[in-house]
Design a binder for this molecule. Structure first.
Ligand SMILES: C[S@@+](CC[C@H](N)C(=O)[O-])C[C@H]1O[C@@H](n2cnc3c(N)ncnc32)[C@H](O)[C@@H]1O
Ligand code: SF4
Length: 375
């Protein structure tokens, strides 16, 4: 069966990090865990295989609108490995003229030399894991970078002409005061990012931070504290020409992440790499998680899929509503019954703007409750 594809992006999962941060449960592995010097080369070879096999399952020709290298730490990839993947992608796909190609980077890994490679390959957007400007907060998160390296990294990118970058921030880390968070936001703004993503810290089961909170070595996160920080962030960013466009994302107009908009608009993408998720034409699947099982399965079975599900009409509608509510650009009149809109306006969850409705910061904080009222 070949799946019909339009509005197509690809995600490449890079499952490697130098060390694991204490809060992170993403599908990533350190050299100590893998104990294989050729792990990245093997991963790249398998990825190339997965691309070949994927083309038997989707309609051609593909116009590729975006590529997103996520992780893990994609900025650790060597120029040779990146070139291998780019050669394969350019060979097999029809790249849109205005394609957006994003790579996630840890501040410590951004050097003049690697940035030149990225630009030569066509990477035109970098997402930097800043998290906080407060070294005490970074320590609680087990982040290894020195906060000053973020400014150095941004300077390197800007000097090379790669000025489309995003900063990732985390708020509500135990021990982070409102003043510390305000300082983080101010420091971020001073770097003049065209885009900011900010996430409330989640204490994920199985992480080092989870164990520390269970042992009461670290206090738990507070939902009220995180709400205050969200409101402060949204206020400062909107005053600096960075309006929200998705619940956790703010951008100068024209710098919204096209790849992520594709997800939130429930479009089509193939996620390559261990543990990566894909969604094409109402079919969703995800790959086996471990890089070694991923390579083995591709060699033996010509696919890496762990599980696949065909979405029912009810599931498709529910996802459409959940995703649409996250986006400022959604036409809420299309998805929310009139009586509910009036109620949300009265409660201050919505505001009316030029005959359209937009979630207020209070409404965005209560997103889950609002979604529940629609389902
Ligand atoms: C998984 S990382 C990949 C990029 C890169 N390795 C980095 O750390 O910046 C992407 C983003 O996920 C966010 N993240 C990961 N775990 C999180 C958690 N438990 N709570 C909130 N945000 C989290 C961080 O903001 C991070 O920047
Ligand atoms: S937060 Fe980023 S650097 Fe830290 S372990 Fe997760 S993926 Fe790796």
């Amino acid at each position: 069966m070949t799946l019909p594809v339009s509005n197509f992006g690809i995600y490449v999962h890079v499952p490697f990090c130098t060390v694991r941060c204490g809060y992170c449960d993403f599908n990533t592995y350190t050299p100590d865990e893998l104990q294989r010097a050729d792990a990245a080369e093997t991963w790249a070879e398998s990825l190339v295989k997965e691309i070949t096999y994927s083309l038997e399952q989707i309609e051609k020709p593909q116009i590729l609108k975006s590529i997103f290298f996520g992780g893990g730490t994609p900025s650790l990839l060597s120029p040779e490995i990146l070139k291998k993947i780019f050669t394969k992608v350019s060979l097999e796909f029809n790249l849109a003229k205005d394609i957006e190609i994003t790579l996630e980077a840890n501040p410590d890994t951004i050097t003049k030399e690697i940035v030149k490679t990225w630009i030569d390959l066509g990477i035109n957007r970098i997402s930097i894991g800043m998290q906080s400007s407060d070294s005490a907060v970074l320590k609680t998160l087990d982040r290894t970078h020195n906060p000053e390296n973020v400014k150095k990294a941004v300077n390197i990118l800007q000097a090379a002409g790669l000025s489309n970058f995003s900063l990732d921030l985390i708020y509500g880390t135990p021990g982070e005061s409102l003043t510390s968070w305000e300082q983080t936001v101010t420091t971020a703004i001073e770097l003049e990012p065209p885009h900011i993503s900010a996430y409330a810290l989640t204490i994920e089961p199985g992480t080092a931070l989870y164990r520390k909170t269970k042992l009461q070595q670290i206090p738990p996160v507070s939902a009220d504290d995180q709400a205050d920080k969200y409101l402060l962030l949204d206020k400062i960013l909107s005053e600096h020409n960075l309006p929200w466009y998705e619940i956790s994302n703010w951008a100068q107009p024209g710098f919204e992440c096209q790849h992520n908009l594709n997800y939130w608009n429930n479009q089509n993408w193939w996620g390559y790499g261990p543990g990566a998720h894909s969604h094409i034409a109402g079919v969703r699947w995800w790959n086996v998680k471990h890089p070694f099982s991923y390579s083995k399965k591709l060699t033996e079975e010509k696919n890496a899929i762990e599980e696949k599900e065909i979405l029912s009409t009810a599931q498709i509608n529910l996802e459409r509503v959940m995703l649409a509510l996250r986006l400022k650009s959604s036409d809420l009149k299309e998805i929310v019954p009139n009586a509910t809109l009036i109620n949300w306006l009265r409660e201050g969850y919505l505001k009316e703007d030029l005959n359209n409705f937009e979630l207020t910061p209070k409404g965005r904080l209560l997103l889950d409750t609002l979604v529940n009222q629609l389902t």
